[in-house]
Design a protein around this ligand. Structure first.
Ligand SMILES: [Zn+2]
Length: 178
């Protein structure tokens, strides 16, 4: 689990040798919707970003935000608002795409529900990104977790924060580190 920090956070999937960069504004926006009080419903949206050409790196640069047209309760969130689609369309003008989604859970440390896992697997079969993967984020009250799904196999693996050295990310897959 990653605690909320207002800075770029780098995650990796060792299985797929993929690095996922989550920008600071993505984290601070998700942070606005944490279910840290009993009356706050689940929130969610899509992740907007792109894969860096020539590198196994994904940049998540923006997210769509929930609004009153979405369907939500304390334990449920379904994207219904057109605003998510409009956000994706606008992003496509800048060569960014929908590369997954995020939602909140009303618990300290989040983990995917059986419904989350079955929904993610359906999405992996149905919505194809240009590079074969989708990213999923669940925001708990005290931190968030990130998963990478492979479209070809619908296999889903948890990602972990990249190793740091003196506060700076070591930006490579080193056998000794991982
Ligand atoms: Zn969930």
């Amino acid at each position: 689990m990653i605690e909320y920090r207002n800075e770029l956070i780098k995650m990796y999937s060792n299985k797929y040798k993929m690095i996922i960069n989550i920008s600071d504004n993505v984290i601070s926006n998700m942070n606005l919707y944490l279910q840290n009080k009993p009356f706050i419903n689940e929130s969610g949206g899509v992740l907007i970003g792109y894969k860096v050409r020539g590198y196994d790196e994904i940049i998540i640069e923006d997210i769509s935000l929930p609004d009153e047209k979405d369907e939500s309760s304390i334990i449920k969130f379904v994207r219904k608002s057109i605003s998510h689609i409009l956000k994706i369309k606008k992003a496509s003008l800048n060569n960014s795409f929908c590369i997954g989604n995020w939602h909140t859970h009303p618990v300290s440390i989040p983990c995917p529900s059986p419904t989350d896992l079955s929904t993610w697997k359906e999405e992996l079969f149905e919505c194809k990104s240009s590079f074969g993967f989708q990213v999923y984020i669940i925001c708990g009250i005290d931190g968030f977790k990130v998963w990478l799904g492979e479209e070809k196999t619908a296999n889903i693996v948890e990602c972990f924060e990249c190793e740091k050295n003196d506060g700076i990310y070591i930006d490579s897959f080193n056998e000794n580190v991982l």
